[in-house]
Design a protein. Structure first.
Lengths: 165, 384
């Protein structure tokens, strides 16, 4: 199966159930989309992530009812620096979708999705711990893996692999 | 009163610390505290070549290394767009199912030991030893196998390997009967597990639970059947689901899974295709030793792969497999170089652990031990 080039034109992708739902709701919330290697990614505008998740989760025709994962990618030194990545799964339709939110490096913050899925609790704490992205409205935003008094966020690209000595 | 359970409590299977707020014998609140085993594997991956990450994936979940190997190599193969030959895919399925049995055996042994049924432990480790010998035979290692490589398998399975697996597959179903004889109808086992640590299907989904923890609550979802990978669609198997949502339901699910898994091993043995074990991609896959010593070109490729790695086209992939504990996912981001830009592991245990407070709050202190056992936690996978 040789690689197909990625489709990034929103017009071509607007029939995907998640994209169609979001465009019908609020076109301004969708910054772009990408279909690459059989996987769908949707770039979501920062302030609407919680509403987008709620909408996709509650959607009765095509519910993305399960939050599989939240993580982050640091594109240091380019800006916007952080990409918070959400992997959603539909148990009934057996389909996945990836949501991405781009964040600036200066004080990265966005809304927590814990009201939609309690599962986001640990995932968001992990992202906060390792990348320093803050989630507004999280019930207990503390470090998850590193010690409480640790300085810095180890998975950032400007954090040395050997740590600070 | 606040009670500190762990990090070295024997029933926490590693280094899990639970802060228990208790009122007499009743649990008011549970706060898990994790991170004692955090080794920064995700960060380490960013400094390695793609092929050097495979041994790291073994160490994440040390009870099912082959499942982790598979998940990672599938993700990278998807990034590269490689086609894997059928024999390698079938071998992968067969070894994955053996790994599932291996992992479930340890779970069953230690879980039963935790709640007082000591005998089962010895029975389970007897069969586990057989599986580890099979792994040693095929990969040279008992636990940290690293047998799956990007593009196929590390080695051709040795002579006599399939006969040994056949022997095991013939013997094993009667052994599962032995475990069930000891536990399923045992009234003490029933009292410790039935109705204990209940979780509803809605809660389990909302909390991100997966695998037997989810299926024990009646949600019929298994990635092997519903989103097949590595030729799972060619195998016939049943996905065991229990409705109880309690410790016993999760126990019943896993025991039934062992029976399904051994049936799949048998199917893999019966239908094992002939052919190569590696894809055709000389720039990615190391040439055979014999070729390397006789052909100039193979030697060049070998040298280049070892010293410089191989470039992977830019992009990102999320690949999930059904590990013995649930949805194990690898999110690999490539920036077009020979080292992964980001590797993230979606740990099934981390999400399952979030369900623990919901299971235990309002119940008795002694049930916590049963609940921890029933979600089958592996701290290496949680902390990474």
């Amino acid at each position: 199966m040789p690689l197909q080039p990625a489709i990034t034109d929103l017009e071509e992708l607007k029939n995907h159930p998640a994209v169609a739902k979001l465009l019908a709701w609020n076109p301004a919330a969708v910054e772009g989309a990408k279909f690459d290697r059989d996987e769908m990614s949707i770039y979501v505008e920062r302030s609407s992530i919680r509403d987008v998740c709620d909408l996709l989760c509650q959607n009765t025709d095509f519910p993305f009812n399960y939050l599989a994962d939240i993580t982050c990618v640091d594109w240091f030194p380019s800006e916007p620096r952080f990409e918070v990545v959400y992997h959603l799964l539909s148990h009934s339709k057996k389909e996945r979708v990836r949501l991405k939110v781009r964040l600036d490096g200066s004080s990265p913050a966005l809304d927590s999705v814990t009201p939609v899925w309690p599962a986001a609790n640990y995932f968001e704490r992990e992202v906060f711990d390792l990348f320093g992205v803050r989630f507004a409205g999280h019930p207990y935003l503390r470090r998850l893996l590193m010690p409480e008094d640790w300085e810095g966020h180890p998975l950032r690209k400007d954090y040395p692999v050997e740590g600070y000595r | 009163m606040i009670l500190n359970m762990g990090p070295h409590h024997p029933s926490t299977h590693g280094v899990l610390r639970l802060l228990l707020e208790i009122d007499g014998e009743n649990i008011v609140r549970i706060m898990p505290d994790i991170g004692y085993l955090h080794t920064g594997i995700e960060k380490t991956c960013e400094a390695k070549f793609y092929q050097q990450v495979v041994p790291l994936t073994d160490r994440i979940d040390y009870l099912c290394p082959l499942t982790n190997n598979l998940c990672y190599v599938l993700a990278v193969e998807k990034l590269l767009g490689l086609e894997i030959p059928p024999k390698a895919q079938w071998m992968r399925v067969m070894l994955n199912e053996l790994t599932r049995i291996n992992s479930h055996l340890i779970w069953l042994g230690t879980h039963a030991l935790d709640i007082g049924a000591m005998t089962v432990f010895l029975y389970c480790f007897r069969e586990r030893e057989d599986i580890l010998r099979l792994f040693e035979m095929v990969s040279g290692q008992r636990m940290m196998t690293s047998y799956f490589r990007i593009g196929g398998l590390a080695l051709e399975p040795p002579l006599g390997f399939f006969e040994r697996v056949q022997d095991f597959a013939t013997r094993f179903p009667s052994k599962v009967d032995e475990y069930e004889n000891l536990l399923t109808g045992n009234p003490i086992w029933g009292m410790r597990t039935k109705g204990v640590a209940r979780i509803t299907a809605e809660d389990a989904v909302a909390l991100g639970a997966s695998g037997p923890t989810l299926r024990g609550s009646g949600v019929d979802f298994d990635l092997r059947r519903d989103m097949p990978y590595s030729s799972y669609e060619k195998f016939k198997f049943r996905v065991p689901v229990s409705q109880g949502g309690d410790v016993f339901a999760r126990y019943a699910c896993r025991v039934a899974e062992m029976r399904e898994s051994i049936a799949m091993v048998q199917q893999a043995l019966d239908g094992m295709p002939e052919g190569p074990i590696k894809a055709v991609a000389p720039k990615v896959i190391l040439p055979d030793r014999e070729m390397m010593k006789t052909q100039m070109e193979a030697l060049i490729y070998h040298f280049k792969i070892i010293t410089e790695g191989f470039a992977v086209p830019a992009g990102e992939v999320y690949q999930a497999v059904e590990s013995p504990r649930g949805e194990m996912g690898y999110y690999v981001v490539s920036d077009g170089t020979a080292k992964p830009y980001r590797v993230h592991m979606r740990s099934a245990c981390l999400a399952n652990l979030q369900a623990l407070p919901t299971m235990c709050e309002g119940r008795l202190l002694a049930d916590v031990v049963a609940a921890i056992g029933s979600i089958d936690i592996v701290l290496g996978e949680i902390d990474r």
